[in-house]
Design a protein around this ligand. Structure first.
Ligand SMILES: [Zn+2]
Length: 300
């Protein structure tokens, strides 16, 4: 299809490109099929695609995705204690993911909960991120992007987590808009990484260690400080994923079991199995009963 590219505005043949990067779906497929929370009874091979970008802009996005996948995503998945120096590409990568998530949420009618001021900020955030991506701006101004590495929980410390929390934190792919009176952000979850694109934040100083620096910096183990409400937000996302997966029909549950039986080694070696084991250790049979909650990409 020929049309106007959403990023550069040029009229050109538009590519079918992923809303969230393709490498994440390749990584997910290694441990099983993908199911969307909205349609848990349908297995799919791939993430959601849209024809938004011309070839040049698609190549531009790939130039940020490739170093993220190769230098951060896969190394961190194999060893969460890695430390990596990153360049200016990381801010652009996080901005490109936030831009795609926000555009997707807007087009799909998911911004209805925002007030007028927040809606105006959302449009301004889209414009600011696109200017950064096209090289017109050097940084994001108030529309900061933050990267938070996640992993399995060592100790629940009395917090009432849903029994799929480790699978959610380590494995799930998710797009959502977080909004309250004091904060509004896009939430893009790529397996063990959460990317937050600020649309409005009255207390940005509550976030420490997650800000991606435009000149580059160091990624690795360290102290991350986040607003306490964010824990509730992540628990809520995990609980929603769990209830969506409980809608899987018995026929589909049998298909999940069948595909594990057909290739048990693949399953046992997968990160999904590891995260599931951790859930079973923490929650016992509550977690095991939801054995079939495979990875999902939730675009609710
Ligand atoms: Zn373009």
């Amino acid at each position: 299809m020929t049309g106007a590219c959403e990023l550069c505005g040029k009229t050109a043949p538009l590519m079918q490109s992923h809303v969230l990067p393709a490498f994440v779906f390749k990584w997910l497929k290694k441990s099983g099929h993908i199911r969307y929370a909205e349609t848990p009874n349908r297995r799919t091979q791939d993430g959601i695609k849209q024809d938004w970008l011309c070839r040049d802009c698609e190549d531009l996005f790939n130039s940020f995705e490739t170093p993220f996948a190769g230098q951060i995503f896969h190394p961190y998945d194999a060893n969460p204690s890695i430390r990596v120096r990153y360049g200016g590409w990381l801010l652009k990568f996080c901005a490109s993911v936030s831009w795609r998530s926000l555009l997707y949420l807007k087009r799909e009618g998911h911004l209805t909960q925002l007030n007028e001021r927040q809606l105006a900020s959302a449009d301004d955030a889209l414009l600011t991120w696109s200017r950064l991506l096209r090289g017109e701006y050097k940084h994001t101004g108030a529309y900061e992007v933050h990267l938070l590495p996640l992993g399995e929980i060592e100790d629940s410390r009395g917090i009432n987590f849903p029994p799929n929390i480790n699978r959610y934190l380590a494995r799930t792919v998710d797009i959502n808009l977080g909004a309250s009176e004091s904060v509004c952000f896009t939430f893009s979850k790529l397996g063990p990484f959460a990317i937050f694109g600020f649309i409005e934040s009255l207390y940005p100083q509550q976030w420490k260690g997650t800000n991606v620096l435009y000149k580059g910096g160091s990624f690795g183990p360290g102290k991350y400080t986040l607003p306490i409400q964010l824990v509730d937000y992540l628990i809520d996302r995990a609980a929603r994923t769990k209830s969506a997966m409980e809608k899987i029909s018995p026929i589909q549950q049998e298909k999940v079991a069948e595909s594990i039986r057909a290739n048990p080694v693949r399953f046992l070696q997968s990160g999904l199995f590891k995260a599931m084991q951790r859930d079973v250790e923490m929650f016992g049979s509550d977690a095991f009963a939801k054995f079939n909650s495979v990875d999902v990409a939730d675009d609710e």
